[in-house]
Ligand binder design. Structure first.
Ligand code: DAU
Length: 333
């Protein structure tokens, strides 16, 4: 089976590629990534000589490049996206280009070349803030940031292509991921790195916003189950039910890094900050038999350990030199 993982140099994409190569001896994986700021080839440097793996530099919003790379592919898993809410507030345009136009081009090639399956990774943020109860697959979309609006638009496109053209696309709504290789702009990697380096951590507002968390490996297993046994045209929520305020995550990280509450710096809240997300993932559990296997305590211990033992990765993220890796390994050689 030949699988195209778009955004495979990013956090979730690279975790998925590792998972696929580890789980399936006969798989062929193509990593298609444009290496924007969050694309880091160091994330996949350990498997770059695996004969089952190929890297192709390109953007999903580039129709020609996408047409070329999908030839012979059995499954597309689309992780390529602009994902950081704060950036979408400052500079929304890239979110429209990648998250909407990019998905449009992928859907077009799936249609044109009869690709057997596509999985579109989307987010619980399309449902907006859920002050009580849970969002299920049929809940109303109420995106409140340019990021979540762009993801919601792409989800609508996927639905329309499934209904109108019978394109076999499946959409997933996922909660907050964490684990190794996550770019240090998101809460867990940023706070872990700051704490390890003796710096403070910027908690937005009162820190009582609630997020639901999933360890990356559990998410990979969910995507695998959905890609293999999910129904084309349908939507699956992927969540763990583990929901806590940001301050609780912050205090956990403080404890694990041997710091104290003086490391907390309360800063101005994010504009339009969604107060709470909560996903109902019963459909995935009952129909496809998926259950999370890693508790938060286990996952966060592995994650903090990974950051502690990958100082070079952290330094190269901090000073931007991870960007040179592509040139050194793929252009100059
Ligand atoms: O819910 C799924 C979503 O989770 C994904 O679709 C997004 O791509 C991903 O970025 C993430 O969005 P969040 O905004 O929830 O993630 P982030 O790590 O940026 O923030 C988590 C919470 O922590 C949020 O309530 C904002 C807060 N926060 C974040 C940062 C970066 C802080 O208090 N301080 C910070 O410096």
């Amino acid at each position: 089976m030949k699988i195209l993982v778009t955004g495979g140099a990013g956090f979730m994409g690279s975790n998925m590629i590792h998972y696929l190569l580890k789980t399936y001896p006969d798989v062929e994986v193509v990593n298609f990534d444009d290496l924007t700021y969050a694309g880091n080839l160091l994330n996949v440097s350990d498997i770059e000589h695996d004969p089952r793996y190929t890297f192709v530099k390109g953007n999903i919003a580039d129709a020609k490049a996408v047409e070329k790379v999908v030839q012979g592919v059995d499954l597309i898993i689309n992780y390529a996206a602009e994902t950081h809410v704060d950036r979408s507030i400052l500079e929304p345009e890239a979110f429209i280009d990648t998250n909407i136009h990019g998905v449009f081009h992928l859907l077009e090639v799936v249609r044109k070349f009869n690709i057997p399956r596509m999985v579109q990774i989307s987010t619980d943020e399309v449902f907006g803030a859920v002050m009580e109860g849970e969002s299920d697959e049929d809940s109303k979309f109420e995106p409140r940031s340019p990021y979540s609006a762009s993801k919601a638009a792409a989800d609508h496109l996927c639905h329309s292509y499934a209904v109108t053209y019978g394109v076999p696309v499946i959409v997933t709504h996922s909660v907050n991921f964490y684990g190794p290789y996550q770019f240090p702009e998101k809460l867990i990697p940023l706070f872990t790195m700051n704490l390890l380096e003796g710096k403070t951590v910027p908690v937005y507002g009162d820190g009582m916003q609630i997020r639901e968390w999933i360890f990356t490996e559990d998410h990979c297993r969910a995507i695998d189950a959905i890609a293999q046994n999910g129904n084309p045209g349908e939507v699956y929520n992927i969540g763990t039910g583990f929901r806590v305020p940001n301050l609780e995550i912050t205090r956990k990280l403080i404890e694990m890094t041997g710091r104290d509450d003086s490391a907390i710096e309360y800063v101005k809240d994010r504009a339009g900050h969604d107060r709470r997300y909560a996903l109902n993932s019963n459909k995935l559990r009952t129909e496809l038999g998926w259950v999370p296997q890693v508790t938060f305590d286990e996952g966060i211990a592995q994650t903090v350990e990974w950051y502690k033992s990958h100082k070079e990765w952290i330094d190269r993220c901090r000073d931007g030199s991870y960007k040179d890796y592509y040139k050194q390994q793929y252009v100059d050689r």
